[in-house]
Structures are given as structure tokens and as C-alpha cells.
Design a binder for this molecule. Structure first.
Ligand SMILES: *Cc1c(COP(=O)(O)O)cnc(C)c1O
Length: 346
């Protein structure tokens, strides 16, 4: 029981996204513990597949994987240089003029990257702020020379190919990086799929590596299997679980499984047509999701299984997300620490 993470599928997804942007150096986003799947296993597997540029959100995430990766791996910290953070062996992505000056004061020859805001208004230097520090940033001494290791921005709507914000951000990025010789990076998974104009030097795929939309051709990476703790027969009219939210329409066999909303099975899944599988046969979840438990109507299964799958090829991360009214990213990053994580070798 637990999560099975297919490192061969992960590597295949990384290679497939690399092939979609043949002119670029494909990176890998492993923030939030590699979207819940375990950065300590995922990052080395992607390095073995060929990835050299890794992205995390926070310095602590970078420090955790630094000793696990060879020296040729670069680890970029998207939140940049925050006060008091140790950045040894990491490359902060500096997002504002204050971050830039803090970093230069504390790490005068340290490698750094720059993030520009091209319209998302979340992280990055605004055009005027960039204009003010640009010359100094491009000439700033680093470990091996001068200037940023990467100048990047991020797209707000890359998962909607027809959205006008994509072309607007591309124009803004081109305008802000005119004459910049440092490597450029604009695209996460969605941007990779938007085509060549968006690829630049380095890509930053995340969700697509882990089998999620918008990379429709991704191989599934995650299987989640839950232990059956016990089963009981209930008579027609009896109810199951909190709020007596489900009433048996017939004599029903109810199995209680060991995972709940504390494990990322979002409570919003209660009452939705969520299925669980055993030996290729499916049975519906019934009643509310508890903190540690869900209940499943296994009446029609030929025998009571020891465990049942809730994420598999038939009901992927995005399908479960749709039932909960969310996105695959949230399903993955919500997967709790209580699951055993087994890794199929790459
Ligand atoms: C999370 C993130 C990514 C990866 O995005 P996906 O949609 O998961 O591919 C890339 N770049 C930045 C700046 C991010 O925050």
C-alpha cells in the first residue's frame, strides 16, 4: 500500500518534453518535494536522465537536495535571496532590486539569476526597476565570470494556448531582454507546448514530468493504493460515515480504507463519483471523506481485496482533481507524508 512512483515514466516525460523544445536545455522543477513525490529520489533520477538545471521554491528545498546531486547540477531558488537564508551551492533567482543589492552585498562573487516580471505581477523586476539595475546586474562578478546565469520570466496563462497574455508576455520578455547575452528562460510545461518562440535557452517543466496536464501525452507516474482495514454489511436504509451522508439503497458491503483528507484525498471528493480499483474491477467511494479514512461500496466485487487503487491509469491525477474541483498540481502536492513511497527504478 502507498504511493508507487515510476521513475522510468518520470524520465520518459522529461525526455519527451525535452524533445518538444529541441533547441533548449531542459531543466526540471522539483519544488514542493518534487510535487509531493519525493525530491530526494526524483531529482537524482532526473539528473541521471540528463537534467542539469533544477528549480526549487525555497532555499531549504535546495539545501536538502544539494548533497544528493553531483557538482554539475545547478539548483535555482525561485524565491531568490531571502534574509538569513544559506545559499551555498545554490543560485538565487533575484526578483527585485532589494534582493539584487542584498545578494551582491552578501555574496559579491556568487552566481545568481534574474527574474523579470512580464505581466504576471507575482515575482520579478518591473521594467523600470530592471532598467535601473540592468547594467550593474549584467556586469556583476560571479564565480566564473560576469552577469546572471539565467534571465527568466514566467507565463500566467501558458495552459491556455489561445490566451492573449501569452503573446503579450512573450513580447514583453523580448523587449526587456534585448541585447542581453545571458541565457534566457520563459517556459514551464505549458510554455514548452506553446512552440518554439517560447523556448529560449532553458525550459522549466514541472507538472508534465509528474504526468499532469497540460502535457496530455505524459506517461502516468503515480499509483496510489490504500489498505482495506475492515469491511461490513449494511442493510438498506443504513447510513455510512459522517453526517450520515450516504444511505444504502440495498444490502451493501462497505470497506473502510486507510487514507483521508489528511493524506490529500480532498474532502471535496465526498459525494463525487470517485472509483477504487482492485484486480481490474472498480467500486465507488461512498459517503464523506474523513481525516484518515474513506468508505467504498464493494458489494459487487467478487471478493474483498487487501488494498485498492485510487490513483492509477484509469483514474489519473487530473481525473481525481476534476472531481474535487481543483487541478492535478494540488492533488500531487497535497499527498501527505503518511504514505509509504516506493520507487520503480528509472
Ligand atoms: C512552478 C514553476 C514552474 C513549473 O511549472 P509547471 O506548470 O509545473 O511546469 C516553472 N517556473 C516557475 C517560475 C514556477 O514557479
Amino acid at each position: 500500500m502507498g504511493l508507487t512512483i515510476d521513475l522510468a515514466a518520470l524520465a520518459a516525460n522529461w525526455r519527451a518534453l525535452a524533445a518538444r523544445a529541441p533547441g533548449a536545455r531542459p531543466g526540471a522543477v522539483v519544488k514542493a518535494d518534487a510535487y509531493g513525490l519525493g525530491a530526494a529520489q526524483v531529482a537524482p533520477a532526473l539528473h541521471a536522465a540528463g537534467a542539469r538545471d533544477f528549480f526549487v521554491a525555497q532555499a531549504a528545498e535546495g539545501r536538502a537536495i544539494r548533497p544528493l546531486l553531483p557538482g554539475d547540477a545547478r539548483i535555482f531558488v525561485l524565491s531568490g535571496h531571502m534574509p538569513g537564508e544559506g545559499l551555498d551551492g545554490l543560485i538565487p533567482v533575484l526578483n527585485s532590486a532589494p534582493q539584487f543589492f542584498r545578494d551582491r552585498a552578501l555574496r559579491p562573487r556568487g552566481d545568481f539569476a534574474i527574474q523579470l516580471d512580464t505581466g504576471m505581477n507575482r515575482l520579478g523586476l518591473e521594467p523600470a526597476e530592471w532598467a535601473a539595475i540592468r547594467a550593474e546586474a549584467l556586469a556583476a562578478p560571479t564565480s566564473a565570470g560576469r552577469g546572471p546565469s539565467l534571465v527568466m520570466s514566467h507565463l500566467a496563462c501558458a495552459d491556455e494556448p489561445g490566451h492573449p497574455a501569452n503573446a503579450a508576455q512573450l513580447r514583453a520578455f523580448r523587449a526587456m531582454t534585448e541585447g542581453v547575452s545571458a541565457p534566457l528562460s520563459l517556459s514551464a510545461t505549458g510554455g514548452v507546448l506553446l512552440g518554439r518562440d517560447y523556448h529560449f535557452c532553458v525550459t522549466r517543466p514541472g507538472i508534465g514530468l509528474y504526468g499532469g496536464e497540460p502535457f496530455a501525452d505524459a506517461r502516468p507516474v503515480v499509483t496510489l493504493s490504500l489498505d482495506v482495514i475492515q469491511a461490513r454489511w449494511v442493510d438498506p436504509g443504513e447510513t455510512v460515515g459522517y453526517g450520515c451522508a450516504w444511505t444504502a439503497p440495498r444490502r451493501s458491503r462497505i470497506a473502510t480504507l486507510s487514507a483521508g483528507y489528511a493524506d490529500g484525498l480532498l474532502r471535496a471528493l465526498g459525494g463525487k463519483p470517485v472509483m477504487l480499483w482492485a484486480a481490474g474491477a472498480a467500486a465507488p467511494m461512498v459517503g464523506r471523506v474523513s481525516m484518515d479514512l474513506i468508505t467504498v461500496d464493494v458489494t459487487d466485487l467478487p471478493e474483498l481485496p487487501d488494498e485498492m487503487e485510487i490513483i492509477n491509469a484509469a483514474q489519473g491525477v487530473d481525473a481525481l482533481a476534476a472531481l474535487a474541483g481543483t487541478i492535478g498540481y494540488e492533488i500531487l502536492t497535497a499527498l501527505g507524508p503518511r504514505y509509504r513511497r516506493d520507487y520503480l527504478p528509472g
